[in-house]
Design a protein around this ligand. Structure first.
Ligand code: BGC
Length: 732
């Protein structure tokens, strides 16, 4: 038997093992580590056997083990392959794994621990199926809602996005990289991608450096601080420079200033885009050079990359040190994951004992419960026991793919998979209402119309059903045709014949409850006005129908709050609660009522909450001191227990640059029994009050601040006080 080489010796330090391995690698093999290709290519085995590929994406299960075996037994150095997948709200392309609500939906829980646990379950499932890395979380913030990928974000607020992204990173990666039940996270899309012009995906994003630093980078920084191992570059350009070519962003900021010790992966063929679409590189070879020089380590699905990179190095136009650095970073992660040693292979026989466990399902149900936002309620909800006949109507009442949302079976991105989730694993709203109806309720159903087609032929049948019922629950929203890459919208109205359906059902006089299953906010003004109650569920995942039924029947008290404003009109886009003061006139368009239809932070409960006694530990803190203690009493003034999401905002009244009228700085979920009062405490540190000034420095400027605490970002929901930040004590 031949003696193990030093890099194969698990007892040696990783740095030493990498040095030894790299000293044995050819240029082609090092460039191979930087190469990522789809695992379902016919020639995938050949790439693995030659040892000229570092990673495959979009494969799972037995195929991963077959390829890993080939890489081990047939390639010259036996370097393991790392497999990546988009498991962004559960391991949603694996039949049998749980599908959680989308990021946008789960964000409405404002529950960091809940989301961390969802990520842990996802990691466990992904790892059990032979995959080591997920392209998640999305750290971008939602801006123009016409964009097709709003559902992938945590909403519009940098603070929420940063906290929840960090929670997801912790959930995926665990305490340390190398835990055999965890995976690598990937914060994407770096950076500023979600600031689409006109909602047009991947179009140039308009960012001043200040805007990028103020709103778009902080959530990525929090992911980095949480130890996120990898980052994915964004498709779009900023001020003419594609992110893939942006050395300042990738190398200077992410690798040097933020100390990324993992690696950067491009998005899908970003290198090709530099040449073919963005046309900043006259040849593909130039695109390869530019991308590597900018700091990209792994190149996703640019088939020409390995050959052109080798030529560029050989011709002396690309520095081999850059290849070495990228290779070293990738190998480092493989060593840390244990892929060279005990965690190289996965025991797929364990899948039935690991994936889709009852406890995972329970967690997906809990996520859905906490994600749902009650937008309006007269006295209709919860449905009383006397409501005997329920008409369930609408295209999304019994639509599995609309409910699961993007990045699951049924979505365009699942092209590489032909499987699907067992229908029994998914509870639609109709299923849920039927299952939980109890002996005294009768549930009728008529689909009524399509969410895409405009035909109205089926509406009369739905009207008939509504006439026979004590209440009509109409489930509308959008479908996968309106979600994802390549699916930006010009309008945010209900599509197909859904509006006609709603009006026809309403005209019957049967009390109307509307449930929204949609990828993002729609302009549902008519509903807000005419329905007796409205629930926003976004894409609530596999157990969504059960959670919705529990809420409708009153078995669960809704607690979700919006992390994205619901506009009145598409013409308000982009619109977030973080408005900059100075808009001439009454702060509204002349032809539209003021503000959003439902504000950021808003959500009702079956109980009511009161806020009182907002007080501060002191009225001023030095810019280098703190923290400022903030306390408020929150009372459950209703007669059932509930959870209130308490929000703290500040406004820097006078600052050297314009700042938003309000910025969220803290939040807390507070469970309260009926009539219970709790004092909720926050600590506010001066850094949380910092801004990016005109010189692009992050500073805390002395001066007065308004501080608001309450139930939403709306003025009328907030108590207000003020405090002062004084000159740094060190200077005084
Ligand atoms: C998306 C990424 C995704 C990648 C791999 C790209 O088109 O923008 O978010 O991770 O494909 O599926």
């Amino acid at each position: 038997m031949c003696e193990a080489m030093p890099y194969q010796d698990a007892s040696r330090p990783i740095a030493e093992r990498i040095d030894d391995l790299m000293s044995r690698m050819t240029l082609e093999e090092k460039i191979g580590q930087m190469t990522q290709i789809p695992g379902n290519r016919e020639d995938a085995d050949a790439w693995a056997a030659k040892g000229i590929v570092g990673s495959f994406l979009h494969i799972m299960g037995q195929t991963t083990q077959d390829i890993q075996t080939i890489a081990r037994d047939r390639s010259r150095l036996g370097i393991p392959v790392i497999f990546g997948i988009d498991a962004i709200h559960g391991h949603a392309f694996w039949s049998g794994a749980v599908v959680f609500p989308t990021q946008l939906a789960m964000a409405c829980s404002w529950n960091d621990e809940l989301i961390e646990e969802a990520a842990r379950i996802t990691a466990k499932d992904v790892r059990a199926t032979g995959v080591h890395w997920t392209f998640s979380p999305v750290c971008g913030i939602a801006r123009d809602l016409r964009w097709g990928r709003v559902n992938e974000t945590f909403g519009e607020d940098p603070h929420v996005a940063g906290r929840l992204a960090a929670a997801m990173v912790r959930g995926y990666q665990g305490e340390r990289i190398g835990d055999p039940e965890r995976i690598l996270a990937c914060a994407k899309h770096f950076a500023g991608y979600s600031e689409t012009q006109g909602g047009r995906d991947s179009s140039e994003a308009e960012h001043s450096p200040r805007k990028l630093m103020t709103y778009f980078l902080p959530s990525f920084k929090q992911a980095a601080d949480a130890g996120c191992a990898t980052f994915m570059t964004a498709y779009q350009a900023i001020d003419g420079v594609p992110c893939t070519a942006n050395r300042k962003l990738l190398t200077d900021l992410l690798k040097n200033d933020w100390n990324l010790d993992g690696f950067i992966v491009t998005d899908w063929n970003n290198v090709g885009l530099l040449h073919h679409f963005q046309k900043v590189c006259p040849t593909m070879k130039d695109a390869v050079r530019v991308a590597v020089e900018a700091g990209n380590d792994m190149i996703m699905t640019t088939p020409e990359f390995p050959e052109l990179a080798r030529e560029a190095v050989t011709e002396g136009i690309l520095d081999e040190d850059l290849i070495d650095d990228a290779c070293r970073r990738i190998l480092g992660m493989k060593f840390r994951l244990g892929l060279f040693d005990e965690h190289r292979m996965t025991d797929l026989a364990q899948i039935p004992r690991t994936v889709g466990l009852p406890a995972d399902r329970q967690h997906a149900l809990e996520c859905a419960r906490q994600s749902i936002v009650l937008l309006k309620n007269s006295t209709l909800l919860p449905l009383s026991e006397t409501v005997g006949t329920i008409a369930v109507i609408g295209p999304n009442a019994h639509d599995v793919t609309a409910q699961l949302g993007d990045w699951s079976f049924g979505s365009g991105q699942a092209g590489f998979q032909t499987d699907e989730h067992a229908r029994d694993d998914i509870v639609t709203v109709l299923d849920g209402l039927r299952r939980l109806a109890g002996p005294n309720r009768n549930v009728l159903y008529a689909r009524g119309c399509d969410a895409v087609e405009t035909a109205t032929d089926d509406i009369p049948a739905a009207v008939d059903v509504a006439r026979k019922a004590d209440v009509a629950i109409v489930v509308v929203g959008d479908t996968l045709d309106y979600v994802g890459e390549g699916c930006d919208r010009a309008d945010l109205k209900l599509s197909g014949a859904q509006q006609q359906l709603l009006e026809a059902v309403h005209a019957t006089g049967t009390p109307l409850v509307v449930v929204l299953i949609n990828s993002k906010p729609l302009t549902v003004n008519w509903l807000a006005e005419n329905a007796g109650a409205v629930l926003e569920a976004f894409n609530p995942g596999m157990c969504g129908g059960e959670a919705i039924a529990e809420i409708l029947y009153g078995m669960c008290n809704p607690s979700g709050k919006l992390t994205v404003s619901i506009p009145r009109h598409v013409g308000q886009q982009p619109m977030t609660y973080q408005q900059i003061p100075g808009w001439h006139g009454p702060g509204k368009y002349v032809d539209l009522a003021k503000g959003p239809l439902f504000p950021f932070g808003f959500g009702l409960s079956y109980t009511t909450f009161g806020y009182s006694n907002l007080r501060l530990g002191c009225t001023s803190i030095p810019a280098d001191g703190g923290p400022l203690a903030v306390r408020v009493d929150v009372t459950n003034t209703g007669d059932r227990e509930g959870v209130e999401i308490v929000q703290l905002y500040v406004n820097d009244i006078y600052s050297s640059v314009t700042t938003p009228v309000k910025e969220l700085k803290e939040y807390r979920r507070v469970p309260l029994r009926s009539k219970e009062t709790r004092t909720v405490s926050f600590e506010l540190w001066p850094e949380q009050l910092s801004l990016v000034n005109a010189a692009l420095e992050r500073v805390v400027e002395p001066g007065e601040f308004d501080l608001f605490v309450g139930a939403s970002s709306a003025e009328e929901d907030l108590l207000k006080t003020c405090f002062e930040v004084t000159e740094p004590a060190a200077r005084g």
